[in-house]
Design a protein around this ligand. Structure first.
Ligand code: ZN
Ligand code: ZN
Length: 418
């Protein structure tokens, strides 16, 4: 009887891990300074390169970037952030639904924004979310309101009904001290006009309902900011995609801490596993993620692991924390390698984009990528960084190329022609 070792493909995406030279680090990047023996060893044994995740010189958002890394053209399938956030919070979107990201915020009586986050920690959020869910729109009796709370002041709004459109402008002005925007149709269609009208009615009603809500009356009495309005932005619809399993003939799973990435995974039909302690913040438990990944291998042959923390540290301008997070990711990779040693493992490590700490924003610089697997012809690169990977054997690839390259190395690619 022959014994076949099962193949597993693992893709680890460290959000915003790529960076630029930092004078304070002696003109090195956080990846270059971090002590990361595991990733360096994988780079030595494997093949490396740099990658334009969405396009050359395009600073991408995380949703389109991760779509590309999972083999889906973001210019075709990125249908607005609200949809991915809603899916990530566990809502099942139907064709025709329009979803928005939503914030509980504080406005004055003239609808000027005093605090976009209503003080941020909103312990009474669930009660307020329930009140918002009961809002009925009068301008369209066939449209219903679905509201779900996320963490802190965040949530999602879904409009469900006939003839709706995602082509409407945002209510949330995304800054404070100015009046909220009224939504406008971005296309001259009845659907866009109807959706903007409903969204405006919902917003004003949320102000009415929340201003008079006992929770907010108590908050004001205690000297706290009332969460007296819901501000929406980022309209989106469910993308119409061929599911991952059908497209790549792989049974796939996603392990991620933040709703946006869970939503991207759900949109393409990956199963999503929740991990206790995976918060998306700097305190996120990477080892718990590794353990869930190892366990999932008995059910799945493609495991996608997303770690948000390097991006969080970068947006906050925290150099030392970014280095420390990279070192913890290295330990997570080590745990995954140990835990999956019984399989024939093909593993890729990359970032969805660079978030240079000094910029505190995403950039369009290419990201370093490494692929490790048995008998892959390796290159001369022996550490993993933005600089070393420039000399790697993969050269400069596109984000959409990564998954096909991985699948080919794992000998799971379909043959073209005779
Ligand atoms: Zn990202
Ligand atoms: Zn970011």
């Amino acid at each position: 009887m022959s014994f076949m070792v099962e193949k597993k493909i693992v893709l680890i995406v460290a959000d915003g891990m790529g960076d630029r030279l930092i004078p304070k680090l002696g003109n090195k990047t956080p990846l270059e300074v971090a002590n990361k023996p595991v990733m360096d060893e994988l780079a030595r044994l494997g093949i490396t390169g740099i990658m334009d995740v969405v396009g050359v010189g395009v600073p991408p958002g995380s949703a389109p970037a991760n779509l590309a890394l999972l083999g889906y053209d973001p210019y075709k399938y990125y249908t607005g952030r609200g949809a991915f956030e809603a899916l990530g919070l566990g809502l099942d979107l139907m064709p025709g639904d329009v979803a928005f990201r939503a914030n509980f915020a504080t406005v004055d009586n003239n609808l000027h924004v005093l605090d976009r986050r209503a003080g941020r920690s909103l312990v009474e959020g669930d009660i307020l979310a329930e009140a918002v869910s009961k809002i009925k729109v009068e301008s369209a009796s066939d449209v219903s309101i679905i509201f779900k709370r996320g963490v802190e002041h965040r949530g999602v709004l879904v409009l469900r009904g006939s003839c709706l459109s995602k082509d409407v402008s945002d209510i949330d002005p995304e800054r404070e001290g100015v009046k909220i925007n009224l939504s406008k149709p971005l296309l001259d269609t009845p659907e866009a006009r109807k959706t903007a009208e409903i969204l405006n009615e919902f917003t004003l009603k949320s102000f009415e309902v929340l201003s008079n809500h006992p929770v907010n009356i108590s908050r004001v009495a205690r000297g706290e900011k009332p969460a007296n309005i819901v501000l929406c932005r980022g309209a989106g619809t469910m993308p119409n995609v061929e599911k991952f399993t059908d497209r790549y003939k792989l049974c796939g799973v996603c392990i991620a801490g933040i709703p946006l990435i869970k939503g991207v995974a759900r949109a393409i039909g990956l199963d999503v596993l929740n991990v206790d302690g995976a918060t998306g913040g700097l305190d996120s438990d990477f080892m718990a993620k590794a353990n869930v990944a190892i366990k999932s291998a008995s059910n799945y042959d493609f495991i996608f692991i997303h770690v948000k923390a390097p991006d969080t540290a970068s947006h906050d301008g925290l150099i030392d924390e970014k280095i420390e997070v990279i070192e913890r990711i290295d330990k997570m990779v080590g745990r995954i390698l140990d835990g999956l040693s019984g399989y024939e493992l093909y593993l890729a490590i990359t970032a969805d984009h660079c978030t240079p700490v000094l910029l505190r924003e995403h950039s369009g610089d290419p990201v370093p990528v490494l692929i490790y697997g048995p008998n892959i012809v390796n290159d001369d690169v022996n550490s993993y960084s933005e600089r070393t990977c420039m000399k790697g054997g993969l050269g400069r690839i596109r984000g959409l190329d990564l998954l096909p390259i991985l699948i080919n190395y794992a000998c799971k690619a379909a043959k073209f022609g005779e």
